[in-house]
Ligand binder design. Structure first.
Ligand code: PLP
Length: 394
């Protein structure tokens, strides 16, 4: 995990060469699509290394480059590429790693668009994927084939928070020369360091904690420069999901307070999870740092703390009751996504027909009465009071 003295340096100073821009404390937004060259010889030399030089902003840009250096340092990675979304970062990592006839192993229930990439899009190009319950590393081992090139992890996932043992999966993969990719959006670079545990590539939906203000969609991919150069020459440049200099600047502005926000949301989320678990109208709470979580020991070993996201199932007989509860919330906005300064509620019911039965006997990886909460930076007691009055409606 990054040591906190380093963390302050990374977020406040790393990559910022203020003498180059008049001592300005905030970096300039170099809103230019192209950069010109001093001579043909200069042009020839720099165009040969678009990954590192400034030539064309789909590839690299000086404002974007500061952000890349900061995120790489946060993950303890050699380098980082940033993208126009987290989905683009994950798609680029995967498509750079596999070819037709090859195979991917992925955890069950990854982020929805990661699932669509692996289950629907890539099979059209001859890449197969097996989804496995990643709570037991033996399941991953059993799914490996001679054609397996990549293992896709997401620990924990962002709905019911199943974990994978990163060190165990990494050693399994390394022994067989298989690349590993971990979506670290939930833990953020502050609470979990997959690269230190032997994982090759780390992806982020930077839309979530890294930016933290619900005003930018962005992604990041961290890892060894050799792999990132491969990603750059392949999907990064051909699909062209680059982050604009302005969005990179907003991201850096958001990241100044990353530590404050992540610590605050995580502390409040634990308090709220404990409060919900003790509430008579709550059937179940999902949160890695609750002793009731099936992988609590692994969560404590692998993550400093949990994030600001948690899920709970209120004791509701009907979807209508879940709706009454959620509609009564005043401090939580009803929305998708998470990781911003503001608290959000996202009920599974919003994605189901209103007459869906809430039946405890049905298979329940994600029950219809599940409500996911993203805890922002508001006072935890204010949020608890709001949840209390909403739970009174059922
Ligand atoms: C949101 C999210 C993504 C996708 O990121 P976008 O920035 O929305 O493209 C990927 N993984 C997880 C865990 C997410 O929550």
């Amino acid at each position: 995990m990054p040591d906190h003295r380093d963390l302050d340096w990374i977020l406040t100073h790393l990559g910022e060469d203020r003498e180059k821009y008049f001592g300005a404390v905030a970096p300039p937004i170099l809103q230019s699509s192209i950069f010109c060259f001093a001579s043909v010889a200069d042009m020839r030399a720099r165009m040969r290394d678009e990954y590192a030089e400034h030539c064309y902003t789909r590839g690299n840009n000086p404002t974007v480059e500061i952000l890349r250096a900061k995120i790489a340092a946060l993950e303890g990675a050699e380098d980082c590429l940033v993208f126009g979304s987290g989905a683009a970062a994950i798609s680029a990592a995967v498509t750079a790693s596999v070819s037709a006839g090859e195979h991917v192993v992925c955890v069950q229930k990854p982020y929805s668009w990661t699932h669509k990439l692996l289950a629907q899009l890539l099979p059209r190009f001859g890449v197969r994927c097996t989804f496995v319950d990643g709570t037991d590393v033996a399941n991953m081992e059993n799914a490996l084939e001679s054609a397996t090139r990549l293992i896709v992890l997401e620990t924990p996932n962002s709905l019911t928070f199943e974990l994978q043992d990163l060190a165990a999966v990494a050693s399994l993969a390394r022994a067989r020369g298989i690349r590993t990719l971990c979506d670290n959006s939930y833990a953020s670079p502050l609470n979990q360091s997959p690269i230190a545990l032997g994982i090759d590539l780390v992806a982020h939906s930077a839309t979530k904690y890294l930016n933290g203000h619900s005003d930018v969609v962005a992604g990041a991919l961290c890892g060894p420069q050799a792999i990132l150069r491969e990603v750059f020459k392949g999907p990064f440049m051909t699909f062209g999901a680059a982050l604009s200099p302005h969005d990179a600047w907003l991201m850096m502005r958001g990241m100044r307070t990353l530590r404050l926000r992540v610590e605050r949301s995580g502390t409040s989320a634990l308090k709220i999870a404990q409060w919900l678990e003790a509430h008579p109208k709550v059937e179940q709470v999902w949160y890695p740092h609750l002793p009731s979580h099936l992988q609590y020991a692994l969560a404590k070993r692998q993550m400093c703390m949990s994030g600001g996201l948690l899920s709970f199932a209120p004791r509701c007989e009907t979807i209508a009751a879940v709706e009454r509860l959620c509609d009564a919330l005043r401090r939580f906005l009803l929305s998708v996504s998470w990781g911003g300064y503001e608290s959000l509620a996202c009920p599974t019911a919003a994605f189901l027909p209103p007459d869906t039965p809430v039946d405890a006997s049905l298979p329940r990886p994600s029950p219809p009465n599940l409500v996911r909460l993203s805890i922002g930076i508001e006072d935890a007691d204010v949020l608890i009071a709001d949840l209390a009055q909403a739970l009174d409606r059922i």
